[in-house]
Design a binder for this molecule. Sequence first.
Ligand SMILES: CC(C)(COP(=O)(O)OP(=O)(O)OC[C@H]1O[C@@H](n2cnc3c(N)ncnc32)[C@H](O)[C@@H]1OP(=O)(O)O)[C@@H](O)C(=O)NCCC(=O)NCCS
Length: 149
Amino acid sequence: MTALDATTSALVFAEITDDDVPAVVALWHECGLTRPWNDPALDIADARLSPTSTVLAARAPASEGGAVVASVMAGYDGHRGWLYYVAVSPGLQGSGLGRAAVSAGEEWLRAGGARKVQLMVRTTNAQALGFYDRLGYEEQSTTVLGRWF
Ligand SMILES: CC(C)(COP(=O)(O)OP(=O)(O)OC[C@H]1O[C@@H](n2cnc3c(N)ncnc32)[C@H](O)[C@@H]1OP(=O)(O)O)[C@@H](O)C(=O)NCCC(=O)NCCS
């Protein structure tokens, strides 16, 4: 166990700053969360523009280099709270950081007035589906529809 493994439970999630954007984008690439049709930097800019959405990240302690190691995007649409881009640096997965990221997003949404949190998981992402099941998230009997503007 590295020193960082031993301290992951104590890492704090906070709203990212402009300086964090490249590291967050790199984390999402590393975690396989980016797709050609989504510009991650634009997604971050959009989320940070509105007071009802944000991007939170946890950093390693300064003594460990201070890198961004986990993230969550949260947004409240006035009816439901949504989580996106839950990501944990591959080398630190399995140490509780994913649960902490979801909790941080949930708390942010709850503080903003949301009574329910939802998220979308690609049907091919079996790892994430197992993770969310463990956290008490249940499949909703609904189909997500969409259309590009
Ligand atoms: C999914 C992800 C965020 C999980 O983060 P993590 O740090 O590995 O998860 P944690 O260590 O916090 O696990 C929390 C709990 O879920 C459980 N868990 C994690 N993955 C699991 C899986 N695939 N199946 C079942 N349980 C799982 C853990 O055992 C742990 O249980 P416990 O707290 O009761 O001991 C991380 O693997 C990741 O970044 N994956 C790539 C990006 C991704 O797919 N994100 C989701 C997008 S929708």
